[in-house]
Design a protein around this ligand. Structure first.
Ligand SMILES: Cc1cc2nc3c(=O)[nH]c(=O)nc-3n(C[C@H](O)[C@H](O)[C@H](O)COP(=O)(O)O)c2cc1C
Length: 171
């Protein structure tokens, strides 16, 4: 069994439990490490050529405009194939209901035929939101498996939960 974790995570200013905090490590990045510790695997970070604003509120406006435009922002690096993997974990934040548009830029380029895709959404209250509805179209040919919503403010304390979820997912 070979595993891959594809993640997007935004460091810096974030909204945590009602106030703006600066995170050295993004929540989805932390969850990615928990999954890797639990089941092993390669890691691919989705990152945009054009950075989002460091300012949280400005970033939310940028993200909203991208969502409305169904933008597919350019990435610094692209993953071309997942052929060598059995399980692919997708990990990213809930931005206005679904993953950041950049996640779809990457996912839509891949052929997931016969692959198991499991996914995690970090959030501040909206849980999985509309992400489940987007996964089938985004991951062509995938068998969509387990999903998990992690409250961002509780991400550091979620290690045990994430580990047992990931172990169960790859079984
Ligand atoms: C642009 C933007 C939009 C967001 N929209 C939502 C939202 O609609 N619902 C929600 O629960 N959280 C929302 N959040 C909060 C994030 O989902 C949450 O802080 C998450 O833990 C961030 O993960 P990260 O640190 O890996 O980027 C938003 C955050 C940003 C930056």
């Amino acid at each position: 069994m070979k595993n891959l974790i594809i993640y997007y995570s935004r460091r810096g200013q974030n909204y945590v439990n009602g106030s703006i905090k600066s995170l050295k490590k993004g929540n989805a990045e932390l969850i990615t490490e928990f999954i890797r510790d639990a089941v092993g695997g390669d890691v691919f970070e989705v990152d945009t050529v054009k950075p989002y604003s460091d300012d949280y509120m400005t970033c939310t406006e940028e993200a909203k405009a991208e969502l409305r435009a169904k933008a597919r922002p350019e990435l610094k690096e692209y993953l071309d194939s997942v052929a060598e993997y059995d399980n692919i974990f997708v990990v990213g934040p809930n931005w206005w209901g679904i993953y950041p548009m950049a996640m779809y830029t990457q996912l839509e380029r891949l052929d997931f035929s016969g692959k198991n895709v499991h996914y995690v959404v970090t959030h501040e209250g909206s849980s999985l939101g509309g992400v489940p509805r987007t996964m089938k179209d985004a991951c062509k040919g995938a068998k969509i498996g387990a999903s998990l919503a992690v409250h961002g403010g509780s991400a550091p304390a979620s290690k045990t939960q994430v580990e047992s979820w990931a172990k169960g997912a790859v079984r």
